[in-house]
Design a protein around this ligand. Sequence first.
Ligand code: GLN
Length: 292
Amino acid sequence: MNEQPEMNDFFTEMVLKLGAAGIEQPRLEARLLLAHVKKCEVAKIFSTINLTDEEKQNATELLKRRLAHEPLDKIVGHREFFKADFIVNRDVLSPRPDTETLIESVLKYYTDLGASLQILDLGTGSGCIIESLLLEYQTAHGVAVDVSAAALAVARKNAKKLGILPRLDFVQADWFATDFAENISKCGAQKFDVIVTNPPYIPSGDIDDLAPEVRDFDPRSALDGGADGFDSYQRIAEIAPELLVSGGRIFIEAGVGQAERIAAIFASKGLKLVEMRADLAGIARCVVMRKK
Ligand code: GLN
């Protein structure tokens, strides 16, 4: 006997519509959306009571947004990354599992979790990279830089939620500005043990071909890497040597097929290649370079 005919009919309709829109995991996404509306765990979504009219209306609104290819995390307003849950919205790039490769790589080279590392994040967005690191390294201190004030507001909210606000400074700055390195050196730590960065790296001409979830909902400034995708890598390679302590390392996220050239760019500025670390799909995702 079906105990919740109404809920199941509504659910089935959501799944069919999501599937027809080309959403890859329609059942999972329908459950996630309904769990958000019901403010309950996803695992409980089948045992929950029927939807009220208001909940149905809410679910219908959220479904409409997902059918227009707004990503689920931006609809529900948060996303898991590494070990924590991060607030996200349209002002920040959605955290990707690929980017967890950077965290794993830092953990490999800095095994003392009690080390008082000074960490700099260039292009922090939601803050997911540096804040995950500050959660691991309990006495580390960080500087999170972004050109977007709106992104920094999200990163700050996340830091507060995660209880690491006292150990993280936020700086709104553009790394293409000539006095960038000088300005960063003035705030707190003058030099950093670790720099992490997931800069924009999509060639401008490729952006139109990205999935609508990315193209239309991630900030363009977080995606667009200039004509060949390497503008920010070039610039960061110029400033990183100045900002690192001797022996310090930079962990750079690479787009598909970009790792070799990134390593060459940073090597031309005097940094030494340590490792190219692959993500779970086997793509060289994190380039690690060391200052002599
Ligand atoms: N990883 C993102 C994508 O492939 C791009 C993020 C970036 O440019 N840093 O859609």
